[in-house]
Design a protein around this ligand. Structure first.
Ligand code: HEC
Ligand code: HEC
Length: 451
C-alpha cells in the first residue's frame, strides 16, 4: 500500500459505510483494502458499479412506451419482410433457414439469438449468415441501450436509427421499406395505429382505389446512375409517409431493446460489500484492469465503455471478414447519410446537435467503438471480426499489445505489450467472468405469438 495508512484508506471509501465496516476500517493496520487494493485502486473499482438507470432517449418519444416495446418484440422475431436468401448461404451446420431465393425467412432473432442476443447458429460463427454473410461479428444486444453510437464503428447514432435501417440491409434481411410497410398493414395495423400518432396510410390497403401509390416493394435506388424504380416514381409525400412508418417500427424495436438490461453481477455485489461474491483471482483481475493492464483507460464507468473509438489493432482475419475495414472512418459517411439518423426529420430531437462536427477524419481509420464488457462471458466470439474465440484469447491479444499488422490505421499508444504472467491473464479472465449479471426475464427472451 502507498502512503496515507489506514486513515487515508478509510477516507477513500468514506460514504460506503457498510463496505468500510466489512473491510475492517474500524480496526486493523495498513493493510490493502480486502487484501488487494490500494485506496486509489479501490476508488477506480468503485467507479465501475453499479449500472445506473438508463437515461431517457431524446430521439425516440416511444422509447419507454410499453405498448411500443410489445410491438417491437414481435417485430424483432418477425421475418415476413425479408428478401431473398442469397446463393452463398450454404453453411454446413447452420440451422437451415431456407433455400437460396426463398423470401420472408430472415429476421433479427436469427443473428441476435436470445438470451445472449448473439449468433450461435452460423458456422463458422465469427460473422453471421443472414441473407448473405455479414463481414462483422454479431454483437450482443444485452445493455445495448447504454451505448451512444451503434454498430462496431458507430454507423448509427441512436437505437431507432439502427432498427429503422436494419430490415433493408443487404446482409441482414434485404427487405424493402415498401414491403415492410405492407407487412405492417397486413399483420399489425391495429396495434400500430394504437401506438403512433399517424395511422398507417389507408392506401397501403391493396383494395384501396389509390393502392398504386404504394407498390408492393421498393427502396431508393442504390446509385444516382441507376434507372428509377418503384420508389422514385412515388410522390415525395408518399415517400416521406413510408419513411415515417419505417422510423416508427424502428422506435418500437428500440423500445423493446431498452428492456434488455442486465445488472447485479457478482462484481456489483462485491463492490456493494459482499466480500465473497467474487473469487480472489477475480479481485486481482479487477486490480489489473484498473491498474497495470490499463483496460479502464477505455473500458471505463459502469458500462465498461467510454463510448469512444480506438484503434486496438484487431487484424482483419477470419472467414467472411472483409480484407479491409476502416472502422469509424469508413462508417462516418454512412452515419451522416443515414435516412433515419438523429438529425433527420424522423428523429424526435433533430436539433440536438449530436452529429455536429462529426466528419470523416483520417485519424479515425481503423478505430472501433470500445465494447461494453458486462455479460461479456456470454457473447463469444470476440472483436468485430469474431476472431478471438475465448476471453483468454482476448487477454492474450492485449498482453501482446494487439496485432503487428493486418489492420488499418495507427494503433493507439495504449496498445503496448503488457508483460503480464500466465496467472495474471487468468485473473483478468476471472474478473471478466464476474461481470455476468442476472438473466433477463424469460418473457423478454422468447418469441411472442405473431399475428
Ligand atoms: C445477418 C445477421 C443479422 C441480422 C439479421 C440482424 N443483425 Fe443486428 N447486427 C448484426 C451485425 C453483424 C452487427 C454489427 C454491424 C456493424 O458493426 O456493422 C449488428 C449490429 C446491431 C446493433 C448494434 C449493436 C451495438 O453493439 O451497437 C443492433 C442494435 C442490432 N444489430 C439490432 C438488430 C435488429 C433490431 C435487427 C432486425 C431488424 C437486426 N439487428 C438484424 C447482425 C445481424
Ligand atoms: C485503447 C482502448 C482500449 C484498451 C486499453 C482496452 N480495450 Fe478492450 N476494446 C477496445 C475496443 C475499441 C474494442 C473493440 C475492438 C474491435 O472489435 O475492433 C475492445 C474490445 C474488447 C473485448 C471484446 C468484447 C466483445 O464483445 O467482443 C474485450 C473482452 C476487451 N476489450 C477487454 C479488454 C481488457 C481486458 C483490456 C485490458 C487488458 C482492454 N480491453 C483494453 C478498447 C480498448
Amino acid at each position: 500500500m502507498k502512503d496515507g495508512g489506514r486513515f487515508g484508506l478509510c477516507m477513500a471509501i468514506e460514504g460506503v459505510v457498510a463496505t468500510a465496516l466489512l473491510l475492517g476500517c474500524s480496526e486493523g493496520e495498513d493493510e490493502p483494502i480486502d487484501g488487494v487494493f490500494t485506496p486509489a485502486e479501490w476508488e477506480a473499482v468503485q467507479a465501475l458499479s453499479p449500472l445506473p438507470e438508463l437515461e431517457p432517449d431524446p430521439y425516440n418519444r416511444y422509447a419507454d412506451d410499453p405498448a411500443a416495446a410489445a410491438l417491437g418484440q414481435k417485430l424483432f422475431f418477425e421475418t415476413r419482410y425479408s428478401g431473398a436468401l442469397g446463393d452463398d448461404n450454404a453453411c454446413s451446420d447452420c440451422g437451415a433457414v431456407g433455400a437460396p431465393g426463398e423470401t420472408g425467412l430472415m429476421g433479427c432473432a436469427y443473428c441476435h439469438q436470445p438470451p445472449s442476443f448473439t449468433d450461435r447458429r452460423s458456422s463458422p460463427d465469427n460473422t453471421s449468415l443472414g441473407v448473405k454473410w455479414a463481414t462483422r461479428n454479431t454483437p450482443s444486444l444485452v445493455n445495448v441501450a447504454y451505448y451512444t453510437w451503434y454498430g462496431w464503428a458507430g454507423k448509427q447514432d441512436s437505437l431507432f436509427t439502427q432498427a429503422a435501417g436494419s430490415p433493408e440491409s443487404g446482409t441482414n434481411s434485404k427487405g424493402t421499406r415498401l414491403g415492410y410497410a405492407h407487412m405492417l398493414w397486413d399483420h399489425y395495423r391495429g396495434e400500430y395505429d394504437a401506438i403512433f400518432d399517424e395511422p398507417l396510410p389507408d392506401a397501403l390497403d391493396p383494395a384501396h382505389p389509390e393502392a398504386d401509390r404504394f407498390p408492393a416493394s421498393g427502396n431508393p435506388k442504390a446509385s444516382v446512375d441507376d434507372p428509377d424504380g418503384a420508389w422514385e416514381l412515388m410522390t415525395s409525400q408518399d415517400q416521406e409517409a413510408i419513411n415515417r412508418v419505417v422510423a416508427n417500427q424502428g422506435k418500437a424495436v428500440a423500445a423493446y431493446e431498452r428492456l434488455l438490461v442486465s445488472r447485479d453481477a457478482p462484481f456489483d455485489r462485491y463492490v456493494a460489500g459482499e466480500l465473497d461474491a467474487i473469487s480472489t483471482s477475480a479481485k486481482r483481475g479487477a486490480r489489473l484492469f484498473v491498474g497495470k493492464a490499463g483496460c479502464v483507460e477505455c473500458h471505463e464507468g459502469p458500462t465498461f465503455s467510454d463510448n469512444d473509438f480506438h484503434n486496438t489493432g484487431v487484424p482483419q482475419v477470419g472467414e467472411h471478414v472483409a480484407a479491409l475495414d476502416e472502422g469509424r472512418y469508413g462508417d462516418v459517411p454512412k452515419l451522416l447519410g443515414h435516412t433515419w439518423n438523429t438529425s433527420s426529420p424522423f428523429s424526435d430531437d433533430a436539433l440536438s446537435g449530436k452529429l455536429d462536427g462529426v466528419h470523416q477524419d483520417e485519424a479515425d481509420i481503423g478505430k472501433f467503438r470500445t465494447k461494453q464488457l458486462r455479460n461479456v462471458a456470454d457473447s463469444a466470439p470476440y472483436f468485430h471480426t469474431g476472431d478471438a474465440k475465448t476471453l483468454r484469447d482476448v487477454v492474450e491479444f492485449y498482453n501482446a499489445g494487439g496485432a503487428e499488422d493486418g489492420y488499418s490505421g495507427v494503433k493507439d499508444d495504449l496498445m503496448v505489450p503488457l508483460n503480464l504472467g500466465e496467472d495474471e491473464l487468468d485473473d483478468l479472465v476471472a474478473f471478466l467472468e464476474s461481470l455476468t449479471g442476472a438473466p433477463l426475464p424469460a418473457e423478454l427472451t422468447t418469441a411472442p405469438p405473431l399475428p
